[in-house]
Design a protein around this ligand. Structure first.
Ligand SMILES: *Cc1c(COP(=O)(O)O)cnc(C)c1O
Length: 407
């Protein structure tokens, strides 16, 4: 085994042209107009929550993703929080999501005092499984229609529509949203998930924090659901230092998001009036300046990342070591174009995975396992779960490999 691991480390060192020293998992690259825009931003004195870079960054991101409207936030976690609030996630409701995800997805649900329900992922996409979703819903959820009022004349037409509300038959609680996540940048089966959720009248919030630049059937991830969420944390494909963005297809909802993220202040020349509990979640101009410069380089970043993924894929499929190790390199799923944010291999079992993690990290080549499944964490141990066999299988075997953009 040691010999095979050695071979892999050698390959990664050659890939990053670094014969010694530490190779990180994902380092940002600042190779464009970053310093220029940052200087300009500082010179303008508009470094905070108002300024042209925020508007420009939002506009360019809307153009790139095809979202009707975008709202920049301080980070991806609070963008998720706002998205959930906007589709009506309230206390004592339930939100369906995957157990194999980063903690932020689930923390955001708890910020709304709602409870997560964990369902399984697919082995090929690593994202929320439409099958698992369908099974859980069929077994647990009823859609009740509240009848229209009996005085149609006194009611405006639009309000006499029956309202369809999905309820958990066991807990009696409303299902207020579903949050699929595009794991490591690989798109999940989002069209099937949308179809199922539409049948049950469940709004979808796409956690696309890791999948900027990833497309499913030629449509950008994060633009299928009611709202999509991106992250620009330092380790993501593009960074603003810290930052996130909401992607909307509904302009009215975007307006509400802007209001909520700016302390719910009623616009006025000099008065300070706030009409609800708002948040200070708006992205500062200085972060947007960095983001705009990064976004200009996104096509090059994506090209570099596809090139790295291809090199990994070729290496693992040509060398005998992959079969010796029975190792699988994850490639983009069917119908999808992936950003290959973090390259991923599946090792034979937990023992081999741990040996690989130990060896590579001791050699200064950073690798890391998947997140501990969220339902195993102390705070979420009592949450409802569907069968999580794929998630458990993957949790024990996944390893992320160095994936930084090469200049
Ligand atoms: C990074 C990430 C987030 C949150 O992003 P921050 O900007 O760090 O708050 C949310 N969900 C997933 C899956 C992520 O990877």
């Amino acid at each position: 085994m040691q010999q095979e691991f050695q071979h892999i480390v050698k390959f990664i060192r050659e890939l990053y042209k670094q014969t010694e020293g530490f190779i990180p998992l994902h380092a940002p690259v600042f190779n464009g107009n970053e310093k220029k825009y940052l200087n300009d931003c500082i010179d303008s004195t508009f470094v905070s929550s108002v300024g042209k870079y925020v508007d420009l960054f939002e506009e360019r991101m809307a153009e790139y993703t095809g979202a009707k409207k975008t709202i920049a936030c301080v980070n991806g976690t609070n963008a998720l929080h706002i998205a959930l609030k906007l589709v009506g996630v309230e206390p004592k409701t339930e939100v369906i999501t995957q157990a194999l995800t980063f903690i932020a997805t689930v923390n955001a649900i708890k910020y709304c005092d709602a409870d997560p329900v964990f369902i399984d992922v697919d082995k090929d996409t690593l994202g929320l499984s439409p099958e698992s979703l369908k099974n859980w819903l069929a077994e647990n959820v009823d859609v009740t229609k509240s009848q229209p009022q009996l005085q149609p004349q006194s009611q405006p037409q639009s309000q006499s529509q029956p309202q369809s509300q999905p309820h958990n038959k066991k807990t009696g609680r409303r299902i207020s949203a579903c949050v699929p996540m595009h794991t490591f940048g690989h798109p999940c089966r989002i069209d099937e998930i949308m179809e199922i959720c539409n049948q049950y009248h469940i709004p979808v919030i796409e956690d696309a924090a890791e999948s900027l630049g990833s497309f499913y059937k030629n449509q950008h991830t994060g633009t299928f659901g009611e709202i999509g969420v991106l992250s620009f944390n330092g380790n993501k494909i593009l960074t603003t230092g810290g930052g996130g963005m909401l992607l909307f297809k509904d302009e009215k909802l975007a307006q509400k998001a802007k209001h909520l993220t700016t302390q719910a202040k009623v616009p006025h020349l000099w008065k300070f009036v706030h009409d609800e509990i708002g948040y200070n979640y708006r992205m500062p101009n200085i972060n947007a300046a960095l983001g705009l410069a990064q976004l200009e380089q996104l096509p090059q970043f994506l090209e570099s990342k596809r090139n790295i993924a291809k090199k990994y894929d070729d290496f693992f499929s040509s060398s005998a070591l992959a079969s010796t190790l029975s190792l699988i390199f994850i490639t983009e799923p069917n119908n999808a174009k992936s950003n290959y944010w973090l390259n991923t291999v599946i090792l034979k079992d937990k023992t081999e995975r741990d040996a690989f993690l130990k060896y590579t990290n001791e050699q200064g080549v950073m690798t890391r396992p998947a997140w501990t499944l969220i339902n195993k964490l102390e705070m979420f141990k009592s949450c409802q779960c569907e069968n999580l066999s794929n998630s458990e299988w993957l949790e024990e075997r996944i390893v992320n490999l160095p994936s930084s953009v090469r200049i």
